[in-house]
Write a protein that binds this ligand. Structure first.
Ligand SMILES: [Zn+2]
Ligand SMILES: [Zn+2]
Length: 338
């Protein structure tokens, strides 16, 4: 734990809990992906399982991007109670933790991004090639196990803890994780009317899908802080990375997200397709979402870096090319306004 983080911001976690994180967040997803690759290699995936897995993938990724991230962590929009609960449940299907824990870690990430105190910077092990490899592994999944302390929810998400619905959702989280596997299994069993169909749907729509969702999400923490283009002025090393953006339904336009964390749209440049922003727009048009913080063109212009090579692929000094460190405080909306 870096000394620069005040003790009140984090809490110690037990060895048993770290072991559970190791099993559920590190080992099992890798095993599921390996089994998925072996299964594709051997027998392929049938259309029924592909459809079930894709639907589960889209629901859980939207739950993370629109629900956990843009709504609960950053308050990019407001919505009625039914949609709020539905988005939290969808995020729970990703099996990335209860919403308060997810939001607490992520708010700390914004405050300390790529500096000591960031829970998952790929630059945590220095600038060398080997240091970046270690850092990428740390940012992808390593920190789940190696961190001895977690962000203290009382410090980071008092607003969420004060919401009775959120507390109920936290309590219901283990049940939602069970649903995350039971739903695709039931869909496969009923669709095929067979036990075999239930098991293969559990494998593809449950296990392999959860592993893919995890690694797509975590690649925002690792790859989108190490490789790709920087179009906007931030004091961290966030980037815009198309492949990650496609896999995460818009979350890979991470450089603008750090430049303006409360923006409901992350992809603000031409070609930066952001399906999560489109979904929020649909909610707004339906009257279900309101007070949406759409990006302000003046703000985008003010934060756009001067044209020129802004590709970062590691090795550059912290802060990058001159002009990228012009801001002295945390990224806007991080302290108190996430
Ligand atoms: Zn980030
Ligand atoms: Zn964020």
């Amino acid at each position: 734990m870096p000394a620069s983080v005040p003790a009140a911001e984090t809490v110690a976690i037990s060895t048993a809990r770290r072991g559970a994180y190791l099993a559920v967040l590190v080992v099992l997803p890798v095993a599921a992906l390996a089994a998925g690759v072996a299964a594709v290699w051997g027998r392929g995936i049938g259309p029924r399982d592909a459809v079930i897995a894709l639907v589960m993938y889209v629901i859980s990724v939207y739950g993370i991007s629109v629900g956990y991230h843009r709504l609960f962590t950053h308050r990019s929009f407001k919505c009625g109670r039914p949609l709020r609960i539905a988005l939290a449940l969808a995020g729970g299907l990703a099996a990335e933790g209860p919403v308060t824990l997810w939001a607490a870690e992520h708010r700390r990430h914004h405050k300390y991004a790529d500096r000591p105190g960031d829970p998952h910077s790929p630059w945590a092990h220095g600038e060398s090639g080997w240091g970046l490899v270690r850092g990428l592994l740390h940012a992808q999944v390593g920190w789940f196990y190696t961190a001895r302390r977690r962000s203290d929810r009382r410090h980071w998400v008092p607003d969420l803890l004060a919401d009775p619905d959120v507390r109920r959702l936290d309590a219901a989280y283990p049940g939602v994780v069970v649903l995350s596997f039971a739903l695709p299994a039931a869909a496969g069993g009923l669709w095929s009317w067979s036990w075999a169909g239930m098991w293969t749907a559990l494998f593809w729509g449950g296990l392999v899908r959860y592993a893919l969702v995890h690694h797509a999400t975590w690649s925002v923490n690792s790859l989108a802080h190490a490789f790709g283009g920087r179009d906007f002025r931030t004091r961290d090393r966030s980037t815009n990375l198309p492949l990650v953006a496609y896999l995460t339904l818009g979350e890979g336009w991470h450089n603008w997200h750090h430049a303006d964390p409360t923006s409901a749209r992350h992809g603000v440049l031409k070609g930066h397709v952001d399906p999560s922003a489109r979904l929020i727009r649909l909610f707004e048009q339906a009257g279900w979402a309101y007070d949406v913080r759409w990006p302000d063109p003046d703000r985008i212009a003010a934060r756009t870096l001067p044209a020129g090579p802004a590709e970062w692929s590691g090795g550059a000094a912290h802060g990058g090319p001159s002009g990228t460190t012009g801001r002295s405080g945390p990224p806007s909306g991080v302290d108190g306004e996430v």
